[in-house]
Design a protein. Structure first.
Ligand code: URA
Length: 240
């Protein structure tokens, strides 16, 4: 498939994908009413700062929208921003992001081909002493945030979507999807030509010892190499 080129960005931020009632249809929470109909990532990101589609915005510092070029051919989807991402307002800028960046280099995936985002756009946490401890988002929060992810996929139109960890995989591939059994395989999905899942890089950071971490990191890079191969096979040949 030919590499995408940048498209002109629409300015139709005033048109939204849902009505204000969509924020609470039948008691369910949803971001739909806050998501503008646009082809601009900047417009989407600005609108996300106003999102009240669920209650997570209340305890978070700010929304953490996806980052990367609109022309990216690969979209990595994590769970939710961590403590550092919440403070900086950008995804994958903490320890898990550093690990992902190194694995991308080792796998040969150019950074300018990559868009990173999360299934949930606000940091969910609970206090433990002075620390803010990551708390897993629940199904209601994942569902409420889904319109943002759908909008990002619509705009970027990635060739490959990579779910990082169970939360992203189950959000995009169904609740029965098991990352441990299916990691590194491409699954049929209407979301993109190639959709796959692997472990979340933060699981590597939690490995019980160095040897396990090294082995798990090698497996992670092997999964990413399969994505690199798809990108290489489908890259448009450069002019001589
Ligand atoms: N973990 C995630 O899932 N996303 C981030 O942005 C950072 C850590």
């Amino acid at each position: 498939m030919p590499r995408k080129t940048a498209e002109p960005e629409s300015r139709s931020a005033d048109k939204h994908r849902g009505s204000p009632d969509d924020a609470n249809p039948g008691g369910k929470r949803s971001a739909a009413a806050f998501v503008p109909t646009t082809t601009s990532l900047r417009t989407l990101s600005a609108a996300a700062h106003e999102c009240r589609g669920c209650d997570l915005y209340k305890a978070a510092t700010q929304v953490v929208f996806g980052a990367g070029p609109k022309t990216a051919r690969v979209m990595f989807v994590g769970e939710q921003p961590g403590d550092q991402e919440d403070r900086e307002g950008a995804p994958f800028v903490g320890p898990a992001g550093a690990l992902l960046d190194k694995a991308l280099v080792d796998a040969g995936i150019p950074r300018d081909e990559v868009y990173v985002t999360n299934a949930v756009k606000h940091f969910k946490w609970e206090p433990r002493g002075k620390r803010r401890i990551h708390k897993k988002p629940n199904q209601l929060e994942i569902n409420a945030c889904r319109p943002w992810l759908d909008a990002e996929i619509d705009v970027v139109k990635p060739q490959v979507i990579v779910c990082l960890g169970a939360t992203a995989a189950q959000a995009l591939l169904g609740r029965s999807f098991k990352v441990t059994q299916n990691r590194g395989r491409f699954v049929k999905s209407a979301l993109a030509p190639y959709v796959t899942a692997t472990v979340h890089p933060s699981s590597l950071l939690r490995a019980p010892d160095d040897e396990t971490r090294r082995a798990e990191t090698r497996n992670f890079v092997e999964d990413l190499k399969k994505i690199a191969a798809v990108l290489t096979a489908s890259a448009r040949p450069r002019a001589a």
